[in-house]
Design a protein around this ligand. Structure first.
Ligand SMILES: *Cc1c(COP(=O)(O)O)cnc(C)c1O
Length: 479
């Protein structure tokens, strides 16, 4: 049913509050806002109707509280509600960022301990909590690479990135002025070592890798890769946006990486979407410690303090301390999980392999090998029958599932990228599998039926091109 706009529900003279003019002090309000109210047109609607209006709108939204959210490459998992409460504690919320270190010992203690925890998880020697998201962490990492080579007097211009990488990787390196050299994936979906050898030279500054990569596959030659890259005098950058396949089993340091970013808003709770909020701490090995943004949070044995004294610091990358409330959630998550962080990884990997094996009879699985926290199917068989991946994704919405990530990574045609996460139970996974299987069967007997979806959503099939080209979100009121 179409919901009317709140302006269309407006009724002349209706008021949503119970205050009379005597209760109000108009002295503070500029005269021009009081007289001639026709210049400001606001809806006139009662308190009850306002509440119902916005509740109705919120009910049209899909959210994790309503259903399964199997977005690959973005770890959209359940984020404990208690973390929201902790992030909202008055003492955190009302602490001014310009407060002295002495007055902010609790907050600095939390940040210091979070740095220490992330050091253990990543194996790195030092951490900055400043970057506001994954891409921002990548940019910070690339700035460190640049400054490092400047400092040791080498002019290295190239950054090597596999064709399966997240698009932010080449974007971040290019923003720092590096040339991007793309390398191919081999028939197993892993870095093509011969291709890597052929581009690696004294001009290489770094390689950016995601492991497990965006196909959900573990780069099993990672030790050979890191040896080759280090022998060429270059650095290894680890895109750790999603850590929930490896935590407690291995870490980027053991694989030979020098710089890492981790998305707290993916692996370590904080609901995110529509652009935020996020946090992308960066960790580095010992020799890059002095290049981190300032300040880092330190402890002198008695007090926690902001340390601005890093010899080669790239400077600040974010105002104040980074996104503090995201840091609170991540710290709460890590503490409450404790040793169970390892179980998080185990369950994430188990769930993904269970689903992949149940679905591979019905959808093409281009890389048929054990996956990590996510896997990538291809809708090519269905496309041959006239139903593309987009239509399959849209169909899922009618069964109360958020569509998975589609058409990424780019190296898989008609890609359907699924990450069940560790927090879903077997019933929910089976339910999703059943619906995916039924859609595949329906494509065989009646493709048009599948193409007609979605029919149960507030907005049905949209013309995606028109919606992108002629976006018009403004409500124009007749005066
Ligand atoms: C999400 C993601 C990023 C980017 O992180 P943002 O916080 O969205 O900037 C980078 N790489 C991978 C593999 C990701 O999944």
């Amino acid at each position: 049913m179409m919901t009317k706009l709140i302006f269309e529900k407006s009724d002349n003279g209706v008021c949503g509050i119970n205050l009379t003019d005597e209760n109000l002090n108009f002295d503070y309000i500029d005269e021009k806002y009081l007289s001639g109210s026709d210049s400001t047109i606001l809806p006139e609607i009662s308190e009850l109707e306002v509440m119902r209006h916005y509740k109705e709108l919120s009910d049209k939204n899909f959210c994790i509280e309503k259903g399964f959210y199997p977005l690959g490459s973005c770890t959209m998992k359940y984020n404990p509600k208690v973390n929201e409460m902790l992030a909202g504690l008055e003492n955190f919320c009302e602490l001014h960022p310009l407060q002295d270190d002495e007055d902010s010992q609790g907050a600095l203690n939390l940040m210091y301990n979070l740095q220490e925890a992330l050091k253990i998880i990543s194996g790195m020697d030092a951490i900055t909590l400043q970057p506001a998201a994954g891409a921002h962490g990548e940019l910070t990492g690339m700035m460190i690479v640049k400054k490092y080579f400047e400092t040791i007097g080498q002019n290295r211009k190239n950054v090597i990135i596999p064709d399966s990488a997240h698009g932010t990787n080449p974007a971040s390196a290019a923003m720092c002025g590096f040339n991007i050299i793309q390398i191919k994936s081999d028939s197993n979906g892993l870095v093509d070592i011969e291709n890597l050898k052929s581009v690696l030279d004294s001009d290489t500054a770094a390689i950016m890798l995601t492991n497990p990569n965006t196909l959900g596959l573990f780069e099993e030659n990672i030790l050979e890769i890191s040896k080759l890259v280090h022998e060429a005098g270059a650095l290894l950058y680890y895109d750790g946006a999603n850590m929930n396949a490896i935590m407690g089993y291995t870490n980027p340091q053991l694989m030979g990486f020098d710089i890492v970013h981790m998305n707290l808003h993916k692996t370590f709770s904080t609901p995110h979407g529509g652009g935020g909020p996020g946090s992308g701490p960066v960790g580095v090995v010992h020799k890059l410690k002095e290049f981190l943004p300032v300040p880092v949070i330190d402890f002198d044995g008695e007090k926690y303090y902001r340390n601005f004294d890093l010899k080669h610091s790239i400077g600040k990358v974010k105002a104040f301390y980074g996104n503090f409330s995201v840091l609170v959630r991540a710290y709460a998550y890590i503490l409450s999980m404790g040793n169970k962080l390892k179980e998080v990884s185990a369950n994430a990997v188990l769930n993904a392999n269970y689903m992949m094996n149940k679905l591979k009879k019905y959808y093409l699985l281009p890389y048929n090998r054990k996956c990590m926290h996510e896997f990538v199917l291809s809708g090519e068989w269905q496309k041959d029958d006239g139903v593309n991946t987009l239509a399959i994704a849209k169909s899922l919405m009618d069964y109360n599932f958020h569509p998975p990530t589609v058409y990424f990574p780019l190296i898989v045609h008609e890609a359907i990228m699924i990450e069940p996460t560790e927090s879903e139970n077997k019933q929910r996974l089976d339910n999703f599998i059943d619906v995916m299987v039924n859609i595949a069967k329906e494509v065989k007997v009646n493709p048009q039926n599948v193409l007609n979806h979605p029919i149960n959503t507030p907005v049905k099939k949209v013309d995606e091109t028109l919606a992108a080209r002629k976006l018009d979100l403004a409500y124009k009121q007749e005066v």
